[in-house]
Design a protein around this ligand. Structure first.
Ligand code: NAI
Ligand code: MG
Length: 398
C-alpha cells in the first residue's frame, strides 16, 4: 500500500516541538506516513516578505492534509520593521498565514471539541447544592464558521465615498452616525452568506447525529444582530425541522452563554456559531477542560477534502528558546487525532486518545501547566514533565 503524505507546518516558536512529538506519537501508534515540511511563518515573512510562500500552498493542494503547529503574528508596523533590509520600504504588508490558508482553501468548517479528561487537575469544578464539590463532565463539539463574519477582513477606516453613501441610505446610520465626519469612522463588516451558513449548520447537525449528541445550540445574538445571527437561527430551525427532528435545537445568546458557561456546561452537546462568537465560545469551553495545552481543532473544506489540523494555542515565543521545551503537547496530539479521523484512521485515533486519557488520569506525568506552575525554564527541574517526557509517557501507554 502506498503511504499517505502529510504536510507538516511547524511554523514558529513552540509549534515545532509540539508537532515533532505528535508525529512521534502517531508513529508509535502504528500510523505510517511520509511527512513533507512546508515553509510557513515569521522566518519566511522576514526573509521573503511572505509568511505563506506559494510552494507551501502547492504542497497542500497536492497532498490535502496539513498538520500545523503555530505561527507568530505581529502588528503591521512591527512586522514591516523586521523585514530584511532588501525588502524594507517596498510596501509589503504582513497578514496572518493561517487566516490566508483558511480563505485560500475555503476551510470554512472549524471544529473545536472540548472534552473533559478525568483526573486533569485543571478541570473546572463548582460547588453543588449541599456544598459538595462537583466536577461536571464537559463534552461539547463547537462548530465555528471560519471564513466570514467579523473576521472576513472587509473593513475600512475613513471609508471611501461609495461606502459612506451606501451607509447613509440606512436610516439608523443617518440617525446615529450621520453627523460624524467620515475620517472619524472605522467600520468592520459582519457578512454572512446563506451558503456558508448552511454548510456550518449542516456540519453541526450531521456531527450531532453521527456521534449521538442530543442537541445543537446556535450561539449567536439574533435578538440584536437581526440580519446575520437572525438568518443563522432561522436557517437552523429549517434544517432541524426538515432533516433532524430527533435532535433538539437550542438557541443561546453569546453573552448569556458566557455567563452560563460555568453553571451547566455538561448540558451542551454541539454548539454552532459564526466566526467571532465561535472563536469566543470555543476558547471559553477550552478553559473548562484545561486550557491551551488541551485545545485542539480541525479546519476543513468538505468539498475538496483539504484539512488543516492544529492546536488553538499560538507560538508562545517566550518559551521558544528554552533548551528543553516545557509546553504541553496534548493539544497538538489531539489535533493529530482529528486528522486521523478525517482520513478514516479511527482505530489509531482511538488508541492515541485512550493513551492520552490514561496518562492524564494516572497523573504521574504532568507538564507545568497541569501543575499550575508559572512557565519558566526550570520547571522540569522542579518536577514538571517536558514536552518530550509527556509524549514519552503517552508512547509508553501505547
Ligand atoms: P499563545 O497561545 O502562544 O500563548 C499564550 C500562553 O498560553 C503562553 O504564554 C503559555 O503560558 C500558554 N500556552 C500556550 N500553549 C501552551 C501549551 N501547549 N502548553 C502549555 N501552555 C501553553 O498566545 P499569545 O502569547 O497570545 O501569542 C503568541 C504568538 O502566537 C503571537 O504572535 C500570536 O499572534 C500567535 N498566535 C498564533 C496562533 C496560531 O498559530 N493559530 C493562535 C494564537 C496566537
Ligand atoms: Mg482564539
Amino acid at each position: 500500500m502506498t503511504k499517505r503524505t502529510i504536510v507538516t507546518l511547524p511554523g514558529d516558536g513552540i509549534g515545532r516541538p509540539v508537532l515533532e512529538e505528535a508525529i512521534r506519537v502517531l508513529g508509535s501508534a502504528g500510523f505510517e506516513a511520509n511527512y513533507i515540511e512546508g515553509d510557513i511563518g515569521w522566518e519566511f515573512w522576514k526573509r521573503e516578505g511572505n509568511p505563506l510562500p506559494d510552494r507551501t500552498i502547492k504542497l497542500l493542494e497536492e497532498y490535502k492534509i496539513g498538520l500545523f503547529g503555530a505561527i507568530t503574528s505581529k502588528p503591521k508596523d512591527e512586522a514591516a520593521n523586521e523585514l530584511i533590509p532588501e525588502l524594507k520600504g517596498k510596501g509589503l504588508v504582513y497578514s496572518s498565514p493561517i487566516v490566508s490558508l483558511r480563505q485560500h482553501f475555503g476551510l470554512d468548517i472549524c471544529l473545536r471539541p472540548c472534552r473533559t479528561y478525568k483526573g486533569n487537575p485543571l478541570n473546572f469544578i463548582r460547588r453543588g447544592q449541599d456544598d459538595s464539590i462537583e466536577e461536571p463532565e464537559v463534552d461539547v463539539a463547537i462548530f465555528r464558521q471560519n471564513t466570514e463574519g467579523l473576521y472576513g477582513g472587509v473593513e475600512w477606516s475613513n471609508p471611501p465615498k461609495q461606502v459612506h453613501n451606501a451607509l447613509m441610505s440606512h436610516p439608523k446610520f443617518v440617525k446615529n452616525f450621520g453627523h460624524v465626519p467620515v475620517n472619524e469612522i472605522s467600520i468592520s463588516t459582519r457578512i454572512f452568506t446563506k451558503k456558508a451558513t448552511e454548510r456550518i449548520l449542516m456540519a453541526a447537525f450531521n456531527h450531532a447525529k453521527r456521534y449521538g449528541y442530543k442537541s445543537v445550540t446556535v450561539c449567536e445574538k439574533p435578538n440584536v444582530i437581526r440580519e446575520t445571527s437572525g438568518m443563522m437561527y432561522k436557517m437552523a430551525q429549517q434544517i432541524q425541522e426538515s432533516g433532524f427532528p430527533e435532535i433538539e435545537l437550542w438557541n443561546t445568546n453569546i453573552d448569556a452563554q458566557m455567563m452560563w458557561l460555568t453553571k451547566n456546561p455538561e448540558k451542551y452537546g454541539v454548539i454552532v456559531a459564526g466566526n467571532m462568537f465561535g472563536d469566543i465560545v470555543s476558547d471559553a469551553f477550552a478553559g473548562l477542560i484545561g486550557g491551551l495545552g488541551f485545545a485542539c481543532s480541525a479546519q476543513v473544506n468538505p468539498d475538496t477534502g483539504i484539512g488543516l489540523f492544529e492546536p488553538t494555542h499560538g507560538s508562545a515565543p517566550k518559551y521558544a528558546d528554552y533548551p528543553v521545551s516545557i509546553v504541553n503537547p496534548i493539544a497538538m496530539i489531539e489535533s493529530a487525532c482529528m486528522m486521523l479521523d478525517h482520513i478514516g484512521e479511527h482505530g489509531i485515533a482511538g488508541k492515541v486518545r485512550k493513551a492520552v486519557a490514561k496518562v492524564v488520569l494516572d497523573g504521574k506525568v504532568r507538564t507545568y501547566d497541569m501543575m499550575k506552575m508559572t512557565g519558566r525554564a526550570d520547571v522540569v527541574e522542579k518536577g514538571a514533565a517536558s514536552t518530550r517526557q509527556m509524549a514519552d509517557a503517552i508512547i509508553a501507554e501505547l
